[in-house]
Write a protein that binds this ligand. Sequence first.
Ligand code: C2E
Ligand code: CA
Ligand code: CA
Length: 283
Amino acid sequence: AKALGRGRAVFYSERLTQELSQKIAMDTELRRALEQEELLLYYQPQIDAVSQELVGVEALIRWKKQSGVMVSPAAFIPLAEETGLIVPIGRWVILNACRQAKQWKDAGVPLFHMSVNVSFRQISEPNFVCSVADILEETGLPPEELVLEITEGTAIQDEQETLQKLLALKQMGVRISMDDFGTGYSSLGYLKLFQVEFLKIAQTFIYEVSADPDKASIVKAILAMARSLKLTVIAEGVETEEQYRFLIEHGCDWIQGYYFHKPLSAEDMGRLFAEQAVIDSGH
Ligand code: C2E
Ligand code: CA
Ligand code: CA
């Protein structure tokens, strides 16, 4: 039994070593990707539920390797958070999203907002507020047009420090959105405390909204609560007509999901803006 125990210990430590070396390899690759501009942003439209007009976009990071393979953020963001590489990556995301938003604005795209995901690790970095302020100044994007998406997990970590930073950004005009609402330690207190303006209902609730009465009740409750707090609610992961109908019926403000649009490259997004302008002027 002793021998087996030792064998197991060796096996585990080998596996850990292997995992660690895989992480180190990916970290090295990711650092290179950041330097060599293999990272890019896709943009997923957000639609007004009633008028179906475009109201904004969410920037979503992609890693396009030289081989052409696209790596999903789910495969590298957690590692970047662990190693701290999320700090320069996150800065790159905010800078490039703001630049792109300003370009579209200058090209005549009507007022809308650019939503960007920020990790706790990024906010906890001492220069976070300054670096966002610098980016806004450098790009000339009005602060009101930048929305930072945080999660409930972010809100509860280092509560006081996070709060101070987010309030400083709010004072500049930047707006805050609570992402994946309902999946973490949701608390109405946090929505109030962090002066959140947007609430995104997590995809897991939307997914079964027409099949699972419990999910439907949760979504209805979130919508009713958001209305009383005067928050703008965004449903994410809307894929079907049925889900869309349900959400309109219960007063959801904005929709984001494949039913309307998948995340688009900057080029395709530009084309969509152009098409919409054509449609608008044609009426
Ligand atoms: P998220 O913030 O919840 O983003 C929404 C995800 O749902 C995106 O996945 C989007 O492509 C996907 N999605 C949108 N509509 C639908 C739909 O109708 N059906 C389905 N099945 N999926 C839909 P994506 O782009 O793979 O991003 C995954 C996650 O990675 C994001 O989840 C976010 O947490 C993180 N992420 C992405 N970009 C960034 C970034 O720039 N910084 C940070 N810190 N995290 C990011
Ligand atoms: Ca998000
Ligand atoms: Ca989300």
